[in-house]
Design a protein around this ligand. Structure first.
Ligand code: XUL
Length: 522
């Protein structure tokens, strides 16, 4: 019996993945969509309450209801009695405000009532601002100023102040509702709130998710007093100390034993953020391993040994829940958005797009594109507008190659700050099915590229964390690579090697691209 449960409390749903490490297989996956079950009770749309003025919140009681519902389904399938440990993942940055009744209520949960019935009096703020909230611009500036400027906050916490991060949310609450803040005994993140339900006591935030607060010293992996002081008075006493991600919290609350049939010695680990958990769920536990998700936007995840930051603050830096490494998260907004814009401009379908790519030569005869079909996050571009350089706009095939080479070059250029030579690139998402696109990424990065699919990397990563942490506590040692390997293998036969004969072409093109960007963006 070696089963581990990973939960993922995300923006629109709560999901579960149960793994069996004896057989190296996923034995169950399930999900509760908030709108499908709770739109009427909580008034959410896509899991969220739009409160106006950029304020995007969610009701924490809905997450508690979703936990009861999800576990009911898994219990009825007889899946929970053998689970050795539970860990989880939460949408990052969101903050939950609990009053002083929360700790005693969590400690005496009764199986005869639901979690939400018992917890409804435990909040000093009914709803939780989440990562989609953009109402905290003023607070970002104030926090940066409070610690000695933007660069000082970047050096201390690994990130400049972002509107969606927890610190600015907390500061805004203190400013807008000082009495509510005064009634707050504990500020949780989404991750630590759900972990607290399971443990039946207040569970600390792990270092991975604490990195998304603008409050943690990224190297010490502890709250940074200067950042706390710049955020809100008395904040230190409202936060539990940052926990090591692998440190078992204790056994599951008797509520879940009585109601859902968990074993009384099933262990709970601290939850982490969804992105740090996805890093583990994609198998990135060695520095230099990088994954790229080709979706509407393209997102790059990298495992790195040191807490380096980009001078421009264009990526986010988080502590990895593997306990030793760090992760970089870089989001290029113009992913499929740009590929589709080119496809549509030239009236192509995907087969036509692939044929155009195959029919053109690496380096595109020097033709380059800056693919800003929409405003861009990395590099920061305020206004949409693709730029063509030595590229004939009427040449469909050259424009197809130009957009793909631009995306590959940009991903290389804007990950240089990590100081990690990329050893391997795992590519997932819709466009990863296209081998021509993967070949361009392999040639530009000069490393093998492999295709992989993981159904829910965050929940899988959480289950793997549960396995690693519980094994470490029980057996005294646990190896990360061995833990992740059976669950994170690339699709067989999907590895594409770089073509060494194009290395020189792409080295030169990278410099051209860098200069073109500088000329256009300054
Ligand atoms: C990362 C971020 C989102 C949330 C929601 O910084 O804001 O990815 O974690 O998934």
């Amino acid at each position: 019996m070696s089963k581990y449960l990973g939960l993922d409390s995300s923006t629109q749903s709560l999901s579960a993945t149960i793994i069996d490490t004896d057989t190296g297989s996923i034995v169950a996956e399930d999900s509760v969509n908030y709108d499908a079950h709770f739109a009427e009770t909580y008034g959410v749309d896509n899991g969220v309450l739009n409160l106006g003025g950029g304020q995007m919140h969610s009701p924490p009681l809905m997450w508690a209801d979703a936990l009861d519902l999800l576990l009911t389904g898994l219990r009825d399938r007889g899946l929970l009695g053998q689970v050795r440990a539970v860990a989880g993942s939460g949408q990052q940055h969101g903050t939950v405000y609990l009053n002083e009744t929360a700790a005693p209520v969590l400690g005496s949960l009764q199986a005869s009532a639901s979690l939400s019935e018992q917890l409804k009096g435990c909040f000093s703020r009914a709803t939780a601002p989440i990562w989609m909230d953009t109402s905290t611009g003023a607070q970002c500036g104030q926090i940066e100023e409070g610690v000695g400027g933007r660069d000082a906050l970047l050096r201390l916490t690994g990130n400049t102040a972002f509107e969606r991060f927890s610190g600015p949310q907390i500061r805004k609450f203190w400013q807008d509702d000082p009495e509510g803040y005064e009634r707050t005994a504990c500020v949780c993140l989404v991750s630590s709130f759900v972990a607290s339900l399971l443990a039946g006591r207040l569970v600390p935030v792990d270092a991975g998710d604490a990195s998304g607060t603008n409050l943690m010293d990224i190297r010490a992996r502890q709250w940074a007093p200067a950042a706390l002081e710049a955020t809100a008075p008395g904040l230190a006493s409202r936060l539990l100390p940052v926990a090591a991600s692998h440190q078992v919290v204790g056994p599951i609350s008797p509520y879940f034993v009585a109601k859902y049939g968990f074993a009384a010695d099933c262990q709970i680990l601290p939850f982490s953020g969804d992105n740090p958990c996805s890093l583990i769920g994609m198998g990135l536990v060695t520095p230099g391993q990088v994954a790229l998700s080709l979706g509407t936007s393209d997102t790059l995840f990298a495992c790195m040994a040191e807490a380096r930051t980009s001078a421009t603050g264009e990526g986010a830096l988080f502590a990895s829940p593997d306990g030793a490494n760090y992760m970089a998260l870089i989001c290029f907004l113009n992913g499929s958005l740009a590929r589709e814009a080119v496809r549509d401009q030239y009236g192509l379908d995907w087969d036509g797009f692939s044929a155009a790519l195959a029919g053109t030569t690496p380096g595109n005869g020097g033709g380059l594109m800056l693919p800003y079909f929409d405003a861009e996050i990395v590099p920061r571009v305020e206004r949409a507008g693709a730029v063509r350089h030595q590229l004939d706009e009427s040449d469909a095939a050259a424009n197809v190659r130009a957009v793909i080479e631009a995306q590959a070059l940009s991903s290389r250029l804007h990950s240089e700050w990590m100081g990690v030579p990329i050893q391997s690139l795992s590519v997932t998402g819709g466009a990863s099915a296209n081998s021509g696109i993967l070949q361009v990424f392999a040639d530009v990065h000069g490393c093998p590229v492999q295709r992989f699919q993981t159904p829910n990397a965050a929940a899988l990563g959480a289950a793997l964390r549960a396995c690693h942490g519980e094994t470490l506590a029980r057996a005294g040692s646990a190896d990360w690579q061995q833990t992740v390997e059976p669950f994170t293998r690339p699709e067989s036969g999907s590895t594409i090697e770089p073509d060494a004969s194009h290395a020189g072409t792409y080295e030169a093109l990278l410099e051209e691209y860098r200069q073109l960007e500088i000329r256009h963006l300054g």
